[in-house]
Design a protein around this ligand. Structure first.
Ligand code: TXA
Ligand code: MG
Length: 571
């Protein structure tokens, strides 16, 4: 092994990133030496692997490793895995290697399996984020194996994307994220697997799956027997809960627009998405369903039954929405068998585990959009639905809660409307109201900013009600007819009443003067607008009992329809 030369790379130095086209080893021995020299001299080199591209550096050189964190913008407590050319290196870098590790290496290396083992002191703290363990993997790419052999040191390599972005599965994607930040990129062709390695912790018994990946769980179980699954794999962790793989706690793979994953029978999921489209909806769907989404930003995940192809495509699909003007993304998702666990995990992480499960029969509980002006009797109807077990989502309330809880929403509002609508960290709702009142451009901007946040939160709450098998959900939203949520409704219901009745009701209810009450009604859409837009009209010109009777009749119609829909779903 030659001595490692140190070349200090200044933090603010913009590098010339050299691309090496190395489809194979033979005939490229000189360039492989050159690439290995980058590693040996403490530089950064993107390397192809069968899973995703890695951002490599000498795993034994803390300064080189520090540059990886810098180039990626990665948190320093998130450890790197080290790449070795075969299992004979295990003993040099790991302590107490159990026989099971050799059995797994024998069965699956080179390949998409990372094993967590106790580390030896030769592996620096920087590399393991201070942990007493280290992840080791032997990648299945002949060029990268040759580079590691030539460098004579293990290569520490996280995925070669900027932290938080989807991983890169081609040299061109790496260039997009890393140009000018690293010395070289080895272009070894597109990654054949497409999702990162499966991470298995062998320091516990039974072994634990920390990240699903390119090596399916059932194949590992065939060698190890029982494997437990870390909770971070299947859902969002609670506040303060820590995943065993530190990287699993970070928001990941996320496009800029919010993502909703829809699981269940593929045709039903595609139909569900189709019903909710707006002109700026992006879609990730199985190949078969492309014709349902003409004229939209759509990415083909591959055939519904071909998970190998889906794994190859999932990251590029997630990467491509940025910069397209897409404001929300719906994604279809395979079932969790085989590679489906890893593909679903990447999609769900991109969605912050915002998942709508339509179940095996694909039945969705009915969504009712309820509209009506002041004094028309909307609250009575809402009470009636609630008494029948329907979930009610008050979208105004959702909005107000988001103003208190969502930092990104507040930041977007501050960006558009400035500090004057803020009182310290709190949004001053009165000041904002005054600003957009009678300024239609400002109001349009306000809606443009808030609607995506409200839509996502309403869908999250509706998905929760779906999981609880409620008979249905009612959306109560003043601006429903102008909002993207209109598309989520199976049925639009209006409560209407004659204007002078409404006037008298709100004067009595809210203690208003006649002039003030008139002004309030004049600012609202006319009853005609509601009549024209809705499927069902509840006329509230009589007694409360008469309104309730109409409401009961409507509920019966809704119930009959959902029974119909369920029976027609049985294959
Ligand atoms: O397929 C892959 O594994 C790719 C290619 C380049 O090999 N690499 C990769 O690295 O995905 P990265 O850093 O993006 O993800 C590694 C994950 C992180 O979530 C990290 O927290 C976890 O592995 N990890 C690393 N060392 C660990 C350790 N000692 N204990 C637990 N988790 C560890
Ligand atoms: Mg990564």
């Amino acid at each position: 092994m030659q001595p490692i030369q140190q070349r200090k790379i200044e933090a603010d130095e913009r590098l010339i990133t050299k691309i090496y086209h190395l489809p194979q080893v033979s005939g490229h021995e000189g360039e492989i030496q050159e690439a290995a020299d980058i590693i040996r001299s403490g530089g950064l080199l993107a390397i192809p692997t069968e899973t995703v591209y890695g951002l490599g550096a000498n795993a034994l050189d803390p300064d080189a490793v520090a540059r990886i964190y810098e180039a990626k913008g990665r948190a320093s407590d998130n450890p790197l895995i080290i790449h070795v050319p075969d299992e004979s290196w295990l003993d040099t870098y790991c302590r107490d290697v159990p026989p099971l590790a050799y059995r797994l290496a024998e069965a699956f290396w080179p390949g998409p399996l990372t094993m967590i083992l106790p580390r030896k002191a030769i592996v620096p703290d920087r590399t393991t984020g201070g942990l007493d363990t280290v992840g080791v993997r032997c990648p299945d790419h002949p060029v990268t194996l040759a580079i590691i052999q030539a460098a004579g040191v293990p290569i520490a390599a996280p995925s070669a994307n900027t932290s938080g972005r989807p991983s890169c599965t081609s040299a061109a994607e790496v260039l997009e994220d890393m140009d000018g930040k690293i010395q070289g990129i080895v272009d070894g062709g597109p990654s054949s697997v497409g999702v990162e390695s499966t991470i298995l912790d062998l320091t516990v018994s039974p072994p634990q799956l920390l990240r699903p990946g390119g090596m399916p769980l059932d194949e590992l179980e065939a060698v190890c027997g029982t494997i437990t699954i870390d909770r971070a794999v299947t859902g969002l962790l609670k506040e303060g809960e820590r995943p065993r793989a530190p990287g699993m706690k970070y928001r990941h793979y996320a496009p800029q627009a919010p993502v909703t994953v829809v699981t269940g029978r593929p045709d039903k999921c595609a139909a569900y998405i189709q019903k909710r489209l707006t002109p700026t909806t992006g879609v990730i769907c199985f190949h078969e369903f492309l014709p349902l989404f003409p004229g939209l930003e759509v990415h083909d995940l591959g055939p519904a039954q071909d998970k190998t192809e889906q794994a190859r495509r999932v990251f590029s699909a997630l990467r491509r929405f940025d910069g397209t003007g897409v404001t929300e993304i719906f994604a279809q998702c395979p079932d969790p068998a085989g590679l489906g666990l890893a593909i679903g995990n990447r999609l769900k992480k991109a969605a912050g585990f915002n998942v709508l499960d339509l179940g095996e029969d694909g039945y969705t509980i009915p969504t009712i959009g309820l509209v009506g002006g002041s004094g028309a009797g909307k609250s009575t109807v809402l009470d009636c639905f609630a008494a029948c077990g329907f979930g009610v989502i008050d979208c105004d309330r959702v909005y107000h809660d988001l103003l208190d809880t969502s930092a990104p929403l507040r930041a977007a509002l501050r960006g558009r409307f400035g500090d004057e609508v803020f009182d310290g960290q709190r949004l001053d709702r009165k000041a904002l109201g005054a600003l957009v009142f009678q300024n239609s451009a400002a109001l349009r901007d306000l809606n443009h900013i808030t609607f995506p946040f409200i839509t996502m939160e309403v869908r999250r709450q509706a998905a929760e009600m779906q999981r609880r098998h409620l008979p249905g959900v009612v959306l109560d939203a003043a601006a429903l007819l102008e909002s993207p949520l209109k598309a989520d409704c199976d049925r639009l219901v209006a409560v209407v009443a004659e204007d002078d009745l409404r006037l008298r009701r709100i004067m009595a209810r809210d203690g208003l003067t006649e002039d003030y009450a008139r002004a309030r009604l004049a600012a609202q859409p006319s009853q005609q607008v509601y009549r024209a837009a809705c499927d069902d009209i509840l006329e509230n010109n009589g007694t409360r009992e008469q309104l309730l009777a109409q409401c009961q009749a409507l509920l019966e119609r809704i119930q009959l329809q959902s029974i119909d829909e369920r029976t027609s779903l049985t294959p």
